[in-house]
Design a protein around this ligand. Structure first.
Ligand code: ADP
Length: 493
């Protein structure tokens, strides 16, 4: 009997390969960063060939360290940074342009033009999404309109579009597929039919021939051909949906918040796509084989952990991300400032592509400790706005927030988060829920796990933070934040 399931977790900043046992314990992990390419203000790209090279390296690395091989691994799941867009030539396997990353804002003019007729929410009923630079559809259009001789090839079906899941699975197995969760982030999939929407394809002038086949999140798509030869690739979930699954939020009303490059809160809404009135997204949660699709509401925040990286790489006030906590602890509070990191515009609940970042309330008193603290607090305030929207749309009052992702080892942030939400915050034993969720989807497809109860039994609490702040202080700080956010609006034309 094969004892393990593996997952490729291709994130915005790095790629991980993880191997889990039946209890969800991590048996092996290997991780590598890739280059962030910033050709112009607001533009963010990755090199798809570098990403594929990193995937192979981390797979080989984890297998070497653990001494495991094909005979030990029951299935491979794939999870990925969502929306990031690759178009490649099917015959050469070469990308026609760099991957345009989800944070990239180059399509803002295009999105504004599309919104002139029918407004920013003209596609919401069908797709669950506002027109925004975040999603793949406008990025595909940009590539087809701006890269030489690409459109003709696309019309002839010689090119393939994929998010990073498709790119990885195509390279690994030869299949050109995606899953419903990834497809639900393109602005091109109809939420109700789970198929590409002909009218939207026409609106964006995207030929159907380049699109992958939309499949469930848990089924065999093909077998690995290069590394782990013969092992079924059987799970595919966008990273945030994978975290929802890895946190075992299988019942309607259960939610999680993942703190990585950005921050993403998802709530399971059951088998009905619930529309949002509060600036959230209606999105796919997961679909297991032939079972009915499960929908989610999502609050997406563009910049959280990447603000910490910015303090490290652009300001140089910390050496590594975790140093931000030590620096923030040199001061008692943020010294009256707020840091609104609208570097990619503002996502939920505002959806303003024309906002840009600001530090407000500056005086000569402020030092780098205050900046570090304000940067961390920004993550907590943004999450608070998303939670408010989530409670308004779902009618569910959360009694605790399940958290995961790279930033949840920051104690100062987690305590402040609990304080500002006035809700307990809970970190599970396996905080690598993204990879775990993809492994669960793959394991379910091949019968390695039999049902949700087996997965629920694997979940356990590692740490819980309880709110300690007075309501007066909380309300004062939060209303200051809301005022600060308005100062970033309407910045770029
Ligand atoms: P992703 O999957 O989006 O690449 P991760 O979940 O791996 O992200 O989290 C990495 C992010 O978390 C980085 O942006 C990093 O700056 C941030 N981060 C990591 N450790 C800490 C920490 N101790 N305090 C604050 N931020 C952190």
């Amino acid at each position: 009997m094969k004892k393990y399931v593996a997952a490729i977790d291709q994130g915005t900043t790095s790629t991980r390969f993880m191997i889990f046992d039946h209890s969800g314990n991590i048996i092996a992990v290997n991780q590598k960063e890739h280059r962030q390419i910033f050709p112009k203000p607001g533009w963010v790209e990755h090199d798809p060939l570098e990403i594929w090279a990193r995937v192979q390296e981390v797979m080989r690395g984890a297998l070497q360290e653990s001494g495991l091989q094909s005979a030990d691994i029951a299935a491979i799941g794939v999870t990925n940074q969502r929306e990031t867009t690759v178009v490649w030539d099917k015959s050469t396997g070469k990308p026609v342009y760099n991957a345009i990353v989800w944070q990239d804002t180059r399509t803002d003019i295009l999105c504004n033009e599309l919104a002139k007729d029918g407004g920013q929410d003209r596609l919401r009923e069908k797709t669950g999404l506002p027109l925004a630079t975040y999603f793949s559809g406008p990025k595909i259009k940009w590539i087809l309109d701006n890269v030489d001789s690409v459109r003709a090839k696309a019309e002839k079906g010689e090119l393939a579009f994929g998010n990073i899941d498709s790119w990885v699975i195509w390279n690994l197995t030869g299949a050109h597929v995606t899953d419903v969760t990834n497809a639900s982030r393109t602005l091109l999939m109809n939420l109700h039919t789970l198929d590409w929407d002909a009218d939207t394809l026409k609106l964006l002038n995207i030929p159907r021939a380049i699109l992958p086949e939309i499949r469930s999140s848990s089924e065999i798509y093909g077998t690995a051909k290069i590394i782990l030869e013969g092992v079924p690739v059987a799970g595919d979930l966008g990273d945030q949906q994978a975290a929802l699954f890895g946190q075992t939020c299988f019942s309607a009303g259960e939610a999680k918040n993942t703190y990585g490059t950005g921050c993403f809160m998802l709530m399971n809404m059951g088998e009905i796509p619930v529309p949002s009135k509060s600036g959230l997204l209606t999105t796919l949660g997961y679909k297991i084989g032939n079972q009915k699709a499960v929908y989610a509401l999502e609050g997406s925040i563009a910049v959280t952990g990447s603000l910490v990286q910015w303090l490290r790489d652009n300001l140089g006030i910390i050496q590594k991300s975790s140093d931000v906590e030590t620096l923030a602890q040199t001061v008692e509070d943020s010294g009256g400032i707020y840091f609104v990191p609208a570097f990619s515009g503002l996502y939920a609940p505002y959806w303003k592509s024309d906002a840009r970042g600001a530090i407000v309330g500056m005086t000569r008193y402020v030092n780098k400790g205050h900046i570090a603290r304000a940067a961390l607090e920004a993550t907590a305030y943004q999450t608070c706005e998303v939670l408010d929207a989530m409670e308004a749309d779902s009618g569910v009052k959360l009694t605790a927030l399940k958290v995961d992702g790279g930033m949840v080892f920051n104690e100062l942030l987690m305590q402040f988060q609990s304080d500002i939400l006035d809700v307990p915050v809970v970190r599970p034993k396996v905080a690598e829920t993204t990879a775990l969720g993809a492994a669960y989807a793959a394991g379910l497809a091949v019968g390695f796990w039999k049902n949700y109860d087996e997965l629920r039994a694997n979940w356990g609490v590692d740490k819980r933070w309880i709110p300690k702040m007075s309501s007066n202080q909380r309300e004062g700080l939060y209303s200051g934040w809301k005022k600060a956010v308005t100062r970033t609006f309407d910045w770029v034309e």
